[in-house]
Design a protein around this ligand. Sequence first.
Ligand code: SF4
Length: 540
Amino acid sequence: MYRPTTPQSSLFDVAAVLPDALPKDDWSYLYREKILPLIDEEAFRPLYAESSGRPNAPIKAMVSLLIFMGLEQLAWRTAEYLFPRRLDWMIATNTASGEARIDHTTLFKFYQRLEGNEVARELFTTFVEAFIQTCGTSVKIQRTDSFFVHGWLRILSRYGLFKETIATFLRALRKHKPGLYENIRPELSQDYLEKDFDLTEKDKERAQRKVALMARDLYRIKTVFENHHQVKHYETFEVLCRVFTQQCQVEEVPEQEPKITLKEKPDTDTVCSPHNPDARYVRKGKQRATGDKAVITETCDPDNKTQFITDVNVVNITTPDARLQPELLDRLIDHGFQPDSQYEDAGFVTGETILAAREKGVELEGPVAGRSQSFDKFEQPDRPLDAADFDIQVDPDNGELVVVACPHQQVAKSQKRSDKTGDLLVHFDADECRACPLSARCPVHIGKRVATFRVSEAQYVGAQRHHRYMEDKGYRKKCAVRAGVEATVSELTRAHGARKSRHRKAARTKLQIIFAATACNVKRFLRTVQQCARAELETA
Ligand code: SF4
């Protein structure tokens, strides 16, 4: 049952009982005065039944505890233990001595209620609004970056994946159908449920031999149980079938057992652990991860005294950054944090995202995706030409591209839009192109009678941005402001525990990251207010 926190102060209020216990400029007093009132308990009312059930623990205190956990990277039980022992927490949450009791189960259940709805995000937005207003922070310039949030799953090689998938299924089979387990066990190449179960095999040749045998075992299990009316519905069996289909192929051999071979590259979107079939594995440079991907945006106007995180989200780890760009911009606009310029790295910036952002009145800045960022390669005399090497003008009336001349100054014979793709098809004289010294580098397709150059607005804008980034030192210097977001990522991951997920479900990981970002903003805000107060005292 929903019960709001009483606004009346208790006789045993810590600040009243022990007025000098903490210095007057302690963060806890500032938190109580400036941040606690921002937590609107009414927003949490839909999470509780109107009239039945036990009344809830004080919501303001529980939300604050979740923020403190983000601030100090604490576990549930630690938060429960510390609450009645920390004067600063009691003062900050306006909790009387003796009433600071919220057990870890209550706190975790409250966290579960927040999962899957937008209350935590709305709270984050309310805080940001209040902070940027109080500190006079401008949102005109912002920067964005993404980082991996590692899950708890062990990264398995194909050897480990096969072994663990078979073992997980056999464990379930042994538990529910011991007779069937005893029947299948002698048909397999090894005892998968032996005690010393090692998921690694250092000897490469031995591992390859074993992987081939395990692929055959997967096939045997699949064929034996795929028509069994009960076993075929086991989740572990469905995962086993998926792993087999994604990793192996069956070659039919006449009058013999089919040949099982391993796919050179497994299918995309593959299961990487039988314990969480939704988890995905990615590799980026030296980083290998299974888990989720977090995206953060923060203000970065150099005139701002304090920068705040304005948006945070958690998505599937395999989602490309460029696909996240439009929705993160929409969120910023919806929440009233629309920037004029947004600085991002090459993962987010493409011709398409630049154009989509421009339509919303935002200029996306940074190097574009899909091109080498090597200056040496760009300056090489034999580098491939692109759309930005052509003389192209944009019609000011309708925004249409007009190709005036090619890099060899040949004027186009004709140009029209493709009915299928909408791309601009520009025709040049094929004989002239064949004789051209630039033809090996040129993107035109030289046919028998005509040479065709195909270009879209997005390709042109992307190529133009690439040329600007590679040629204009001043622009690169301007884009360097983006690098500051790496420090915020480092702060979130090292100081607020955002590198590792505490949960298996993506919705809970998202909550964890939202509270980590909220904690980071709260810390920055309190620090700024404390510094201003001290500066005022010194000048007085
Ligand atoms: S190949 Fe044809 S279109 Fe390309 S630069 Fe040479 S003349 Fe121009």
